[in-house]
Design a protein around this ligand. Structure first.
Ligand SMILES: *[C@@H]1O[C@H](CO)[C@@H](O)[C@H](O)[C@H]1NC(C)=O
Ligand SMILES: *[C@@H]1O[C@H](CO)[C@@H](O)[C@H](O)[C@H]1NC(C)=O
Ligand SMILES: *[C@@H]1O[C@H](CO)[C@@H](O)[C@H](O)[C@H]1NC(C)=O
Length: 301
């Protein structure tokens, strides 16, 4: 644990009021303020038995100084746009973090470095644009991640969820994803449910490895198959992702068609004509030069 946190969280900080202190109201006030800064509950939030609820308070920033033993923290239904990088460093007991329905555009790197016990993370209904590599590194006990309803979420890094072997549920539905690298999912050996519906998937050749993988795991890995649709290319617009068969991707592996051969033959023909013409011109030029120099030699003589 971080030394800074140990210092703040020591037993000696639960202040026992002795009579001498009660005689001095200022001293008592000072102790109360000190105590509430360390173990107290943020203004307006409710705190009981390691559950801190700061939801629906129209907060624009995260509340400071939570109880150090906080297990469940809800900041849902606020207007929080950013989280300071070290915000969670002191709350190593944190199991559940609910950030649903805020205005988060990105998360600072290293936010979860001390969140070794975190198991449930809800980031749905935000404005996240991308998930970077190793975003959840060190939070390797994560079981459930909800990133749904982030309409601007266009990119999930291939290593975004690296190392999360405990992850059972991943919700990426209702985002702006057109592509997802197979590498994102391959390492998630414990995955049981995966939601990917409501995204504008581009069902081109790049989608084939992912679909193949999903199809093989579909029994173990329950997915919202009927909700996931292709947005592009036009031929398959609106088609359910999982209606695409091996046949649909035949073109991706196809060797050359007749048109390709004709094109190649045509290009070859044009190139050879061009080279013949060039040789011809060079020949004429050389011949002319030769004659001309011969003629001038004759003149000189
Ligand atoms: C903490 O959150 C989890 C998951 O949302 C919930 O199941 C659990 O009951 C909560 N704990 C308390 C004490 O509210
Ligand atoms: C988000 O929070 C606002 C209050 O801040 C609430 O009115 C709205 O219904 C919430 N939306 C969702 C999807 O939970
Ligand atoms: C989300 O981002 C978009 C564009 O970046 C912006 O127009 C919108 O107001 C944002 N919404 C919230 C709730 O912050």
């Amino acid at each position: 644990m971080n030394a800074h946190c140990v210092q703040l969280g020591g037993e000696q900080l639960a202040p026992h009021c002795c009579p001498a202190m009660i005689l001095s109201p200022f001293l008592v006030a000072a102790v109360v303020v000190f105590a509430s800064a360390v173990t107290g509950c943020p203004v307006l939030c409710t705190c009981r038995s390691q559950v801190v609820d700061c939801s629906g308070l129209r907060l624009f920033s995260v509340p400071p100084d939570l109880p150090l033993d906080t297990r469940n923290l809800s900041l849902a239904h606020n207007r929080i746009a950013t989280i300071p990088p070290g915000y969670l460093t002191c709350y190593s007991e944190l199991r559940v973090l609910d950030l649903r329905n805020n205005s988060l555009v990105e998360l600072p790197t290293g936010l979860f470095l001390a969140s070794k016990r975190l198991s449930h993370l809800d980031l749905s209904y935000n404005n996240l644009t991308h998930v970077v590599a190793d975003m959840f590194q060190e939070a390797y006990n994560l079981v459930h991640i909800d990133l749904s309803h982030n309409p601007w979420l266009r990119k999930v890094h291939p290593q975004a969820f690296r190392g999360l072997v405990q992850l059972r549920d991943l919700d990426l539905s209702y985002g702006g994803l057109s592509f997802l690298s197979l590498e994102v999912l391959e390492g998630l050996t414990g995955l049981v449910t995966l939601q990917i519906g409501g995204n504008p998937w581009v069902c081109g050749c790049t989608m084939e490895p992912l679909l193949k993988w999903l199809r093989n795991r579909i029994q173990r890995c329950m997915s919202d198959t009927e909700l996931a649709e292709c947005r592009e290319p036009p031929e398959v617009e609106g088609a359910p992702l999982f209606s695409l068969t091996e046949e649909s991707f035949k073109a991706c592996h196809l060797t050359l068609t007749l048109d390709d051969y004709l094109f190649i033959a045509f290009v070859g023909f044009v190139v050879s004509i061009a080279s013949v013409a060039t040789n011809f011109l060079l020949g004429i030029t050389a011949n002319c030069c030769h004659r001309w120099s011969k003629a001038s030699e004759d003149e000189e003589m």
